[in-house]
Design a protein around this ligand. Structure first.
Ligand code: G1P
Length: 290
């Protein structure tokens, strides 16, 4: 069945970005010409998803404002002859049906997903973590939907991560299934290097079903004292569930990290025909000076 719904988690505190994230949600930081979270919403829309629930914390009203319709602004822009810009912000608000759910306490990613239970219901849905920006020829969610090995199964995207980054990720052990697909055999959240089952890290894209909520309700706090989605998936697996893996082959940026955000912005500028030439000249000059 076609994926209809997506949950995007954007309730994190943004402590790595303080003081910049004190008044502005980190998901609203621009990546070249758009706030980071807009890329994630556009990715879901590109996969044919029209119903999106963003899990936010109380101080993230700017996200709502960004995706909401602003007729007054459209009129002002149109009045000044800026029709293109007026069209741009109208299109932004009409991209998808976006609803919001509040995560009142920051108890972890698993807990944030649980907050979206009513929205998601029983059918399969996509989960996108707003910090992970994915750039590639193929849409990750469409690929992942194919990586689901059973109609009621789940799937997640994985990527090789460097040794030093292993303790920051959910790490999976996979085995080859039929038709060139992979099954997850085990997964562990933020393992110590010596306990890691492989160097394949979970990147922020999942296809989940209603079963995840049952598993989440049974999940106790794990790594960082938080309720982890990885632990809930492990519980689901141990109970006989099936999780497929899709190996992500594109470029991923960690927009939750200062350098990741700069890298994403630079590459987006270099991909823009209008900005490319100037950026290249600037970067070359900069490297000579350093
Ligand atoms: C979360 C997940 C982790 C995953 C990572 C991908 O961790 O818990 O399993 O590997 O996202 O970005 P976080 O980055 O929120 O610590």
């Amino acid at each position: 069945m076609k994926l209809r719904r997506a949950v995007i988690t954007a309730a994190g505190l943004g402590t790595r970005f303080l003081p910049a994230s004190k008044a502005v949600p980190k998901e609203m930081f621009p990546v070249y010409d758009k706030p980071a979270i807009q890329y994630v919403v556009e990715e879901a829309v590109a996969a044919g998803i029209r119903e999106i629930c963003i899990v936010i914390s109380a101080d993230k009203g700017a996200i709502k404002q960004h995706f909401g319709r602003d007729r007054a602004m459209e009129l002002v822009l149109a009045g000044k002859g800026k029709r293109q810009q007026a069209g741009l912000i109208r299109k932004l608000a009409g991209m998808a049906r976006i609803s919001y759910v509040l995560q009142r306490e920051q108890k972890g990613l698993g807990h944030a997903v649980l907050c979206a239970e009513r929205f998601a219901g029983k059918e399969a849905f996509a989960l996108l973590l707003a910090d992970d920006l994915m750039y590639g020829a193929a849409n990750v969610l469409t690929q992942l939907d194919r990586a689901r090995r059973k109609p009621d199964g789940m799937a997640l995207a994985v990527e090789k991560v460097s040794r030093q980054m292993i303790p920051s990720y959910g790490i999976v052990k996979i085995k080859r299934g039929g038709r060139g697909a992979y099954d997850i055999e085990d997964l562990v959240e933020k393992p110590r290097l010596k306990d890691a089952p492989s160097d394949l890290g979970i990147v922020g894209r999942y296809i989940l079903t209603g079963e995840i909520f049952k598993a989440l309700k049974r999940t106790r706090p794990g790594a960082l004292g938080e309720i982890q989605i990885t632990d809930a998936l492990r519980g689901y697996l141990k109970d006989g569930g099936n999780i497929g893996a899709g190996v992500f082959g594109g470029t991923r940026y960690d927009a939750g990290d200062k350098l990741g955000l700069i890298k994403a912005s630079l590459e987006m500028a270099l991909r823009d025909k209008m900005a490319k030439g100037e950026m290249r000249t600037y970067l070359k000059g900069l490297m000579k000076k350093r």
